[in-house]
Design a protein around this ligand. Sequence first.
Ligand code: NAI
Length: 291
Amino acid sequence: RELDGRSALVTGGASGIGLAIAAALLGEGMSVAVADHSEEHLAEAERLLGAAAPRPGAVVLHRLDVTDRPGFAAVADRVEEQLGGIDLLVNNAGVGLSAPMSTAGFDDWDRMLAVNLGGVVNGVVTVVPRIRRHGRGGHVVNTASMAGLIPMLDAGGIYTTTKFAVRGLSASLRLALAPDRIGVTCLCPGLTRTRILDPVGGADAPAGTPTFDATRDPVNAEFALAQGSAMDPAVLAACVVDAVRANDAYVIAHAEFDDELDALHAEVLAAVRHDVPVAPGRRAVEERRRA
Ligand code: NAI
């Protein structure tokens, strides 16, 4: 896929992985709209991305909470005017660990589902029709996680739930949009050096944002410690550019999870009961599909 001269909208694009993706896309000659709810991150991104822009006006920044549907539509309208359409949507905004799932209340579940899954749904419903309408084809990248492939422990249980859902959404969307020449890639990062484990929920965060304190939970504290030696988001962003060009289904740049992936798939395959007869209706559908 040709990227030079095309336009992208990156949610959560003012920090970490989204910021690195925005910079990489600018490096490919794209125009980039960054949408993020944090004023502080947006101000920093404006400085960093301004320097990377291939031409004046190639970077635009918008304050957006991805759970705000009318707000999302208004930003998409404005970006279409500013950049002449959207060719690539990167649904990347997300929040990290919250209360352990074994003791979480509805608020913990609701907020994380609303941002990590609802934000992606809102991006798809708001922007995909706009990509389809201009008829040039395009691409969608959804940021899931290795936690969308391998379950995390209790502290990451709600996060895991949202990321498995983003992966399922991405896989089906890829089939659904292929006829419109719109590719879909599911980005599955492992630990990457970003702000994801910073304490959140300050004055700048949308109402209901889960608060995270690395010292509160030993598992979270371990993750916070590992952040220092985690992957550079620029490395991940370069893989995303490759995947968009090639229309790859996944970006999996953290090879240290190979054994766990193997074990998980072996567990699923071992669960298949070959002694239970396949229903005739199901077999007929399969045969029709193969014919
Ligand atoms: P980050 O905290 O550095 O960046 C996330 C950005 O999203 C921030 O600028 C934040 O202001 C913004 N954001 C959060 N909620 C938002 C909302 N409701 N509306 C709009 N913007 C919002 O974190 P990072 O790590 O770059 O996170 C990006 C994505 O990568 C997330 O979806 C996260 O789940 C995923 N991820 C991160 C991993 C890591 O180790 N850092 C590993 C796997 C996945």
